[in-house]
Design a protein around this ligand. Structure first.
Ligand code: BTN
Length: 326
């Protein structure tokens, strides 16, 4: 992918790590006029970057915008396909809705839709998903894996593993646990939800719409009273401001890698990592499905990611979809 002049200037300012970068040197090495450099600097300022201008020395980058604009994400992106097409919006109803439409229009594998805010963010079982402006990561990835609809049902567990890996890679003191099928919890509270929807024909998947909602920079007061006791954010857990763009790029990197394993080898190759990160297996749990409620011990998952519940009478029940309470 070609890098624009503005991106290149930004890259150099970031690489200078707080030191001044000379405008003349930028102009000379990029083979443009000082006026052109100045214009690009103004463009960056309009996007929320801030600078100090030091006489005879040049520009020092003093602040980056808290935004998930394509440019911010691309700065950290190290993937082949995932995130190489980015649709970024300030306010959307739901990134899932937009992604469905884009997928039908033929959007390529790995396309992402990101909203700074969602007005009708939705979760599993048609629950609403709080998506306040600029605080979290509200994104849908369009994935086109070469698998059958039946095989695709375990992909949502693959996503949980990839997101958990990305969080651990960036925040060493944060240890997310996966609650079956795919919630990420930190200290028992939810920080990430995943909603995977599918466009398919009888025997072939057209697209998976992988919705990922991550509470990134919320403080406790940002959560509504309805979820204040059960929700947490990465910032609360890590004790530092979360660079959302870096996290998005890292998630895309792990997800591309794990998707390749999933398609080539199936979920079986990832199952162990899911089990290691899970806080469900071996626990006494309560499961609510659309029609019924069961209690028992989560004894394991199958090679397809289906939950096995050992009930008190010794029978093992197979749970394809439901809500787990530990
Ligand atoms: C859940 O835990 O119930 C799943 C929550 C999924 C939320 C994400 S945010 C981005 C995408 N857009 C939506 O409307 N929902 C998903």
């Amino acid at each position: 992918m070609s890098i624009s002049m503005k991106d290149e200037i930004l890259r150099r300012l970031l690489a200078a790590n707080g030191e001044a970068v000379s405008g003349q040197e930028l102009a000379d090495t990029l083979n443009v006029s000082r006026t052109a450099i100045w214009k690009h600097m103004q463009g960056l300022q309009e996007e929320g970057y801030t600078f100090e201008t030091v006489k005879k020395k040049g520009y020092i980058l003093t602040g980056v915008p808290n935004s998930l604009s394509p440019m911010q994400i691309e700065l950290f992106l190290n993937t082949e396909r995932f995130g190489r097409t980015i649709h970024h919006f300030d306010v959307v109803d739901s990134t899932q809705t937009i992604a469905h439409k884009l997928a039908q229009e033929g959007a390529p594998d790995g396309t992402i839709v990101i909203g700074e805010e969602q007005t009708a963010g939705r979760g599993r079982m048609a629950r609403p998903w709080e998506s306040a402006h600029g605080t979290g990561i509200w994104m849908t990835i369009i994935v086109r894996p070469d698998v059958t609809p039946q095989q695709a049902s375990s992909y949502t567990l693959v996503v949980a593993v990839a997101v958990s890996k990305a969080i651990k890679a960036l925040y060493k003191n944060v240890e997310p646990a996966i609650k079956w099928p795919n919630d990420l919890l930190i200290n028992g509270k939810k920080c990430t939800g995943i909603l995977t929807e599918m466009q398919a024909e009888a025997d072939c998947v057209q697209a998976l719409l992988v919705g990922i909602g991550i509470n990134a920079n919320q403080v406790e007061a940002d959560f509504s009273p309805e979820i204040a006791d059960i929700a947490t954010s990465l910032r609360l857990a890590a004790g530092e401001e979360i660079n959302r763009a870096a996290l998005v790029a890292t998630i895309l990197q792990y997800l591309e890698q794990y998707t390749e394993i999933f398609v080539k080898e199936s979920f079986t190759s990832i199952k162990k990592e899911w089990e290691q990160a899970s806080c469900t297996i071996g626990q006494r749990i309560e499961v609510t499905t659309i029609r019924e409620r069961f209690e028992g011990v989560a004894s394991g998952i199958t090679d397809e990611g289906v939950l096995q519940l050992r009930q008190d009478d010794g029978t093992v029940r197979t749970i394809y979809s439901g809500d787990v309470r530990i």
